[in-house]
Ligand binder design. Structure first.
Ligand code: KG4
Length: 338
């Protein structure tokens, strides 16, 4: 029997990506990142992101097809990130996928970006249910429980900033460059958690608030500079990283027990963090929960995860009409509504 070919497109933030999945085999995972273009602004500039996606999408698509040795006629379905993300950026991928689906008379699969981050783990090991997903990225911080495939329940989330946003803004005030997660992670290893910082954990719920922690660190840096004193940057990085990640681990462990999960999956850009990864590996097996730690290429934005989740959506016939639009604030529970 001919194996199904899915071509997936991702353009929700600052990566233009195309992946092709044949059966379970990932033929190509082409990613064109815009990071160097946004670095001068200290964060992603939405308008620039949309323009760069427009410039890069055809080249990325072409490269993916050539490297995978696949012709567009062989593709059985086109999948695309519909949200959440930057509205203009999402539009570029969505219009491309719609055009291809229309031209080749093929199904169009709308994919939820965060749900896809969870499914990225399937490139390492199968998802085992019930599971807890710790979704930590530049735009989101969520604890999601899944009882079975395509069943998402958000039990906790940030009420303001995402943890990745917090990393990036703290890195900016410390002049560490963008994206901030990598230098803070590196410097934290050489420092000690000597600064006392407010926890982002909101008591009594699975929710978080990262804006207070972010503002506290920014004020601390500015006030110290005004007094003509020096910040111990490695110690501040270690202190921030510890208080931020510890809050997530603590709530994650509580949720894992309450929902009797068998597996914990970490997902999103911040899941590349070395302290988060080592804490998940150290703490969850002790309560009988198997950790699924994706390789680093799976943590950041790419289209392989879009194709992976799309293969489940295709089987469930979660398909869209050619009038599909983007949704920058799409909730994970509403992934069948578009
Ligand atoms: O998921 P992602 O690639 O983009 C979206 O948010 O869509 O996540 C990017 C975020 C940035 O905030 C970046 O600073 C953070 O992931 N990040 C990290 C690390 N590597 C990337 N945060 C902490 N530690 C890291 N090693």
């Amino acid at each position: 029997m001919k194996e199904r070919v899915i071509l997936a497109i991702e353009s929700s933030c600052d990566e233009t990506a195309v992946a092709i999945l044949r059966g379970d085999k990932l033929l190509i995972n082409a990613v064109s990142t815009q990071i160097s273009m946004h670095q001068q602004y200290g964060g992603v500039m939405p308008e620039l992101a949309s323009r760069l996606h427009t410039e890069n999408i055809v080249y990325t698509l072409d490269t993916a097809l050539k490297d995978a040795n696949i012709k567009l006629e062989e593709v059985d379905a086109f999948a695309v990130t519909r949200g959440p993300g930057l509205i203009g950026a999402l539009h570029v991928g969505l219009q491309t996928a719609k055009t291809l689906a229309l031209l080749y008379h093929k199904p169009l699969i709308p994919v939820h970006h965060l749900a896809a981050h969870i499914y990225a783990s399937e490139f390492v090991k199968p998802l085992v249910f019930p599971l807890l997903a710790i979704v930590v990225s530049g735009g989101n911080t969520e604890l999601v429980v899944m009882e079975k495939h395509l069943d998402f329940k958000t039990i906790g989330e940030t009420r303001d900033d995402a943890i990745g946003e917090c990393y990036d803004k703290i890195a900016r005030v410390l002049n560490l460059g963008y994206p901030g997660g990598i230098p803070i992670d590196r410097l934290a290893k050489t420092g000690e958690a000597t600064y006392k910082l407010p926890s982002p954990a909101l008591g009594g719920s699975y929710d978080f608030s990262f804006s207070g922690l972010k503002t506290h660190v920014i004020n601390l840096v500015n006030n110290t500079k005004q007094r003509g004193e020096e910040i111990n940057v490695p110690n501040l990085c270690a202190s921030f990283q510890k208080v931020a990640i510890d809050a997530i681990i603590k709530k994650g462990l509580k949720a894992a027990k309450e929902y009797k999960v068998k597996q914990v999956v970490i997902a999103g850009g911040v899941s590349a963090n070395s302290y988060l990864r080592s804490e998940v590996l150290a703490k969850f097996p002790k309560i009988g929960v198997d950790p699924a730690i994706p390789p680093l290429w799976c943590c950041t934005d790419q289209a392989a995860m879009i194709a992976k989740l799309a293969s489940y959506l295709y089987d469930e016939k979660v398909l869209a009409g050619y009038d599909l639009g983007v949704d920058p604030n799409w909730e994970i529970e509403d992934f069948r509504e578009f």
